[in-house]
Design a protein around this ligand. Structure first.
Ligand code: 1CP
Length: 349
């Protein structure tokens, strides 16, 4: 007599969760940062006339958009469709996500009073997140859902600058010049991020990713002194939930070891750092990455031969989850990502 395996066991046995635990995998698991979004015609269709934040707060739409790349590519994990500024919006910060720009904050944070005016996040602020995650977990079955939050430094940059920034100058000016405001702001965001991850995991997310996209702007010493303790607090609270934690940033060649030590099970690596070098830095941890996102614009054989190099390099890690080195570029041809997914999943290990 054959017994069907329980869905929870199938999920635990998924290639993604095995890889992050450092167990042998049937194939290298693959998903793509920003796999949902503007590169997909089905995304553009459902988003017609619906604002970005509005769509993040509509559970049916979140389920649909999160599922789109899973259906199309058969990737090994889903990433919850939301944005790093969504929890701030949920607690009442006046902000919007403007098309072609990104998050824009109406009244940038400058003083202790500004920080104190931001409420802490409770599950009551985000019932639509709980609903969307529960709906997704039902649809995904054995495919893990990755929940996420923005890390304190990256979220602070939007709050202090008031919008996207290259230099993060006002943010770093606060960090260097107004330490008590900085500490209060980082502690506030860390609390919101951790609470936001707790909501997602309580509703059924199988793993979490902390996006510190702009941490690469920092020297290691400044990262250690002003940022790492706050990210570590978020990762510690996520770890207490028993789910694996991925920690990712861009341009973080000099920070990868520290980002692991902050409390990550998996360190995300952008494309600028050779994976072999990253593995040396993170020690006994899994890695995620790191194909240059522009390689999808190259001929397919060039893209796949470079993907093969990434997979081969990943063998030396405790575990390897294949991804791009940053998000999918909106003009990406989805058919190339389909070929890339197929290539990674059928690559003999
Ligand atoms: O209307 C639209 O389609 C807006 C484009 C868009 C999308 C699709 C934004 C605005 N955010 C998102 C979704 C999103 N954001 C996801 C889920 C999609 C998926 O991965 O499949 C995730 C994980 C994020 C996280 C996010 N938002 C990060 C961290 C990841 C990264 O790319 O480094 C950051 C830095 C943001 C801020 C943000 N939101 C949107 C934009 C254009 C930006 C970047 C702006 C800037 O350059 O500072």
């Amino acid at each position: 007599m054959t017994t069907a395996t329980a869905p929870a066991q199938d999920l635990a046995d998924s290639a993604f969760l095995k890889a992050v635990r450092g167990e042998p995998v049937p194939h290298t698991p693959v998903w793509f940062m920003r796999q949902a979004g503007r590169s997909l015609p089905e995304y553009l269709r459902v988003r017609e006339g619906v604002g970005m934040l509005e769509s993040c707060m509509d559970p049916d739409l979140v389920v649909e958009i999160t599922m789109q790349p899973v259906r199309r590519y058969g990737v090994d994990a889903a990433i919850f469709f939301s944005d790093i500024v969504l929890p701030l919006k949920a607690v009442g910060v006046d902000l919007d996500i403007k098309p072609g720009i990104g998050p824009v904050v109406a009244e940038p944070v400058r003083t202790l009073a500004d920080v104190a005016a931001i409420p802490d996040l409770t599950p009551e602020h985000v019932p639509f997140i709980t609903q969307a995650v529960q709906g997704l977990v039902g649809e995904l079955g054995a495919t893990p859902l990755i929940g996420f939050a923005g890390a304190p430094f990256t979220v602070a940059s939007y709050l202090v600058e008031g919008g996207p920034s290259k230099e993060h100058a006002k943010t770093k000016a606060m960090m260097f010049g107004a330490p008590e405001v900085w500490e209060a702001l980082m502690a506030k965001i860390a609390g919101i991020a951790a609470a936001y991850l707790e909501v997602q995991v309580a509703a059924g997310a199988s793993a979490v990713q902390l996006f510190d996209s702009w941490a690469g702007a920092l020297t290691p010493a400044d990262y250690v002194e002003h940022v790492m303790p706050h990210s570590a607090r978020v990762l510690e609270r996520a770890g207490a939930l028993g789910v694996p934690r991925i920690h990712f940033g861009v341009g973080t060649s000099n920070l990868l070891g520290l980002m692991g030590q902050a409390g990550a099970d998996v360190v995300g690596v952008d494309w600028r750092t050779p994976l072999t070098q990253a593995i040396g830095q993170v020690g006994d941890r899994a890695v995620q990455g790191n194909l240059d996102p522009t390689l999808v614009f190259a001929p397919t054989d060039v893209m796949t031969s470079r993907a093969a190099e990434v997979i081969e390099a990943g063998r030396a890690a405790r575990g390897h989850v294949f991804n791009l080195g940053h998000g999918v570029i909106p003009s990406t041809d989805p058919d190339q990502l389909a070929r890339l997914t197929e290539f990674v999943q059928s690559y003999p290990l």
